[in-house]
Design a protein around this ligand. Structure first.
Ligand code: URA
Length: 439
């Protein structure tokens, strides 16, 4: 007989749970026969006692199976189903470019993304700045666009891992979010419900990262790689730098503009390019579309140079309701803020550190993100031309252009941005883009 309190007791005592017990518990979470108090107690017991890799795999699979799991076998797709997931950052617009680049190399990318959280931006909010683009697509439309453009980036189509939704809500108010075991299951349950063949995880490290230290980022990466592979999805993880804004811009419409300019070759921030290529190469190799990361990079550069990746992004945008000529006329479609002015900082020297979290919060402060979940987003506001670590600053060099809707929010964001930076007399060491690969 299944008794939730016995499962909680076992975990409280540090025992290893059988996969059947985990599955029954998650079934109870999903149909509400397990109470909120029991979920909270289970989460706290897991927080303190931890879970083995086998238990995490069982928890991930049970949570994945608590809702819809996409099956692509009936679509006769002639390539693998691939995706990437990032723990989130500032100016992390990689998904918008990586999706069509992978599609141009023969993969299919059914990317189910999320909204902004705290100081980090959300892919869905960025895409919502494109007039007509629907991030709330039906499953039928989602499938059609994946089939025709090779990539579709949308919000949840059906009920995706509802057990995670309930558990996460309870973890959030019971101080049990910071558990590598539960973070792993929570992230992977949603990603694996996309029916993937391979996945690359981007785990951020640094002042704008979700994980507080390098060591914790490594721990999460190792956990995710072992659990995802244990659940049958070929997965590697890259630890990448988030000690500065990744793209040259942060916000919604401004990041879409940067993604389009990247795809067409009009402008490419080198660090963003490096990290995009590194992640896309990983997933091309895992998905069997390239034999080595070197070959994958060549294919990806070709996908950019030939214009194929840009074409597929345009096809996705139009397929999901956006303008047919978006790639040609993106600048006239994307909203613009009423105040766009450069920000200067006192002093001279080299940019030594950036509190990237603070940069993200300055965008939220201007209305580019939500302070409470019901907030409406101002898609036009944000930051462009943001300086990078190591840049030499003189009195007449702006640190960024700030796009705001009124003077007050411009001034507050400008102060936050100035305070997020420190200067040094000598050039600081250049940080790598990719710290480590875990496979
Ligand atoms: N993101 C998730 O989706 N789940 C967690 O538990 C933490 C971050």
């Amino acid at each position: 007989m299944f008794l939730p309190q016995e499962v909680i007791r076992s975990k409280r005592e540090g025992e290893v749970l059988h996969s059947d017990a985990i599955r029954e518990f998650i079934l109870g979470v999903t149909d509400n026969t397990v109470s909120e108090g029991q979920v909270a107690a289970f989460a706290m017991a897991t927080y303190f006692q931890g879970m083995s890799i086998e238990e995490r795999v069982a928890l991930t699979c049970a949570m994945r199976d608590s809702g819809d799991v996409l099956d692509w076998s009936g679509e006769s797709l002639n390539g693998p189903i691939l995706d990437k997931h990032s723990t989130g950052g500032v100016g992390d617009v990689v998904s918008l470019m990586l999706g069509p680049m992978i599609a141009a190399c023969g993969g299919y990318v059914p990317m189910i993304s999320g909204r902004g959280l705290g100081h980090t931006g959300g892919t869905l909010d960025k895409l919502d700045s494109i007039p007509g683009y629907t991030t709330q697509a039906s499953e039928a439309l989602f499938r059609t666009v994946v089939k025709e453009a090779g990539v579709a980036i949308v919000g949840q189509t059906g009920e995706l891992a509802p057990a995670d939704k309930r558990i996460y809500g309870i973890r959030d108010v019971t101080a049990t979010v910071e558990s590598i075991d539960m973070i792993t299951a929570s992230i992977l349950a949603k990603k694996l419900a996309e029916g993937l063949d391979a996945l690359v995880m981007d785990i951020k490290v640094g002042s704008g990262a979700f994980m507080p230290t390098y060591e914790k980022s490594v721990e999460l990466a190792e956990s995710i790689v072992q659990v995802a592979n244990g659940a049958g999805v070929k997965t590697t993880a890259l630890l990448t730098d988030m000690n500065q804004c990744l793209a040259s811009s942060a916000g919604n419409a401004v990041e879409v503009r940067e993604a389009v300019r990247y795809l067409t070759g009009e402008y490419r921030n080198e660090r963003l390019h490096e990290i995009t290529l590194a992640q896309a190469s990983e997933v091309l190799v895992s998905g069997g579309l390239a034999e080595s990361t070197e070959q994958a990079r060549e294919k990806l550069i070709q996908a950019l140079d030939s214009g194929k990746a840009a074409e597929l992004f345009g096809k996705m945008v139009h397929g999901l309701g956006g303008p047919a000529d978006f790639m040609e006329n993106y600048d006239s479609y994307l909203p613009k803020a009423s105040i766009i002015k450069p920000v200067y900082m006192e002093g001279e020297g080299f940019i030594a550190t950036m509190n990237t979290r603070e940069v993200g919060l300055s965008v939220v402060q201007m209305g580019g993100g939500r302070k409470v979940p019901t907030d409406k987003i101002d898609y036009a506001v944000g930051i462009t031309d943001i300086c990078r670590l190591g840049d030499r600053l003189t009195a007449d060099t702006p640190i960024a252009m700030l796009h705001a809707s009124d003077e007050d929010s411009w001034n507050t964001a400008a102060t936050m941005l100035r305070n997020s930076l420190t200067l040094a007399e000598s050039q600081p060491e250049v940080l790598p883009c990719v710290y480590r690969k875990i496979s």
